[in-house]
Design a protein around this ligand. Structure first.
Ligand SMILES: *[C@@H]1O[C@H](CO)[C@@H](O)[C@H](O)[C@H]1NC(C)=O
Ligand SMILES: *[C@@H]1O[C@H](CO)[C@@H](O)[C@H](O)[C@H]1NC(C)=O
Ligand SMILES: *[C@@H]1O[C@H](CO)[C@@H](O)[C@H](O)[C@H]1NC(C)=O
Length: 429
């Protein structure tokens, strides 16, 4: 029944109070209510006889009654996870109301519709895929090339260093690396690109376990090696926490402890891609005139393939569509892509934030096309000290004698002595 208060309200604002107006309203309400009732009854009769599974019948089945607590809602609409004790079998089970199969599964498309208690945040989006996945290179590079344009992270982001191992097979110096990483979980991630033919296994308690990424053939010096490096970078980019990226080989070792490496990299205002201009057959001599005009002779650079870079540069490298095809076409032995691609790309386009030096110590003093390889007995305290502090360079605009964080090339039989010297000389603790 409409009371006086409701009837008066509009009249007091309209400022002509009379009973006629009130009667009018009353009739209108009844008319409106009556027609609604008729439509409702007609519809319900019609729908009951409707032979098809009507989408909103589906909704009405799945929509939980509002009185029930969330727990019983899930139970009532879905097979419970833990089945309750089965009822004693009766000879004549009561007929079950047979519901039509759902047209769409609401719960799988919109889990929040039923699981009201759990929050849908960024968790799933931020979770990197497994190291081993089935994305093709094209898919992987595309996905890794996404860059947020809002630079403030809406979550607590403790940046990590991504260690990218480009190997043929095993990591013979793995136990030294294990010692290096120990106690620093959550500050690093590891990615291993081994040759597809490598079938070795990694023990489950190793930091390298499950870190192999999908790989393709790599021929040293050929352009497929650059592709392998880009594959490593792209995989590591899928983890939003990775901020710095180091490329290493199976013969590389760390020469400082994790804390020093971490703060050196995170605190650096530069990337570490070695690049220099070398006149002569093994430098400018490897330039192909047909690379013109994309790459000019003055832009041609040489350097070590063992790089260190930040996230911004890593995204640029995996997104490059301009230089890579040129190298693919015109840099074939005796032009070695791994020695020229990154130095040239970075020096031409991203030189401002590059230091032009490498963080991986290597000994070329004996001459020839290959650097010195260190055998067991050649690993001495003096050698390690020389690698750690025997040079001068710039770091954030200041002079320093910490110029290298890694070193190569160490043979598998060097491991025992490295492990022995690591706690004291390399300050691994
Ligand atoms: C692994 O590969 C080697 C050759 O590279 C082969 O001799 C060996 O049988 C393979 N092992 C397994 C378990 O497939
Ligand atoms: C690195 O090399 C480029 C040229 O290739 C040069 O312009 C730049 O100043 C160099 N950067 C440093 C830090 O030496
Ligand atoms: C790591 O090495 C630095 C020197 O590079 C040293 O000062 C520090 O004490 C070492 N940290 C540990 C935990 O040994």
């Amino acid at each position: 029944m409409i009371n006086e208060k409701q009837c008066r309200q509009p009249t007091s604002t309209a400022k002509f109070p009379n009973s006629q107006m009130c009667l009018h309203n009353l009739i209108n309400y009844f008319l409106f209510f009556g027609s609604g009732l008729v439509i409702g009854i007609t519809l319900s009769i019609y729908l009951k006889d409707f032979p098809f599974n009507f989408p909103f019948k589906q909704f009405s089945v799945q929509t939980p009654p509002p009185i029930l607590p969330p727990q019983s809602i899930t139970r009532s609409t879905y097979p419970p996870q833990t089945t309750p004790a089965p009822a004693p079998p009766s000879p004549n089970p009561p007929p079950q109301p047979s519901l039509p199969p759902p047209l769409i599964s609401l719960s799988s498309s919109y889990p929040y519709l039923t699981k009201k208690a759990s929050r849908i945040g960024l968790k799933e989006y931020l979770k990197p895929p497994n190291a081993m996945h089935d994305m093709e290179d094209e898919e992987l590079l595309w996905r890794a090339s996404m860059v947020p344009r809002i630079h403030h992270y809406p979550f607590k982001r403790v940046p990590k260093v991504a260690f990218l191992f480009l190997t043929r097979g095993d990591l013979p110096l793995a136990s030294l690396w294990e010692m290096f990483f120990k106690g620093h979980e959550r500050l690093y991630s590891i990615y291993v690109h081994a040759l597809p033919s490598f079938n070795g296994t990694v023990p489950e308690n190793s930091v390298f376990h499950g870190r192999r990424i999908p790989s393709k053939e790599v021929e040293w010096g050929k352009v497929n090696m650059i592709q392998a490096e880009r594959r490593l970078l792209a995989n590591a980019l899928l983890d939003f926490l990775n901020q710095r990226f180091v490329l290493l080989s199976e013969s590389c070792i760390p020469i400082f402890n994790f804390s020093t490496v971490y703060s050196y990299l995170m605190g650096s205002d530069k990337t570490f891609v070695e690049a220099y201009d070398l006149v002569g057959p093994v430098g400018r001599g490897r330039y192909n005139k047909r690379m013109n005009p994309v790459i000019k002779l003055e832009q041609w650079r040489k350097g070590s393939q063992w790089f260190e870079m930040d996230r911004d540069l890593a995204v640029e490298v995996i997104s490059d569509q301009k230089y890579f095809p040129i190298f693919e076409r015109y840099c074939k032995p005796p032009c070695y892509s791994d020695e020229h691609y990154l130095p040239t790309l970075v020096s031409t386009r991203f030189w401002k934030r590059n230091s032009n030096r490498s963080l991986t110590w290597v000994d070329w003093s004996k001459g020839g096309p290959h650097p010195t390889r260190f055998y067991r007995t050649e690993v001495t305290i003096e050698l390690l000290k020389k690698m750690r502090h025997g040079s001068h360079c710039e770091y954030n605009g200041k002079s320093t004698n910490v110029c290298f964080l890694f070193a190569r090339k160490f043979l598998p039989n060097a491991l025992v002595r490295l492990l022995r010297f690591a706690p004291k000389v390399l300050e691994f603790n």
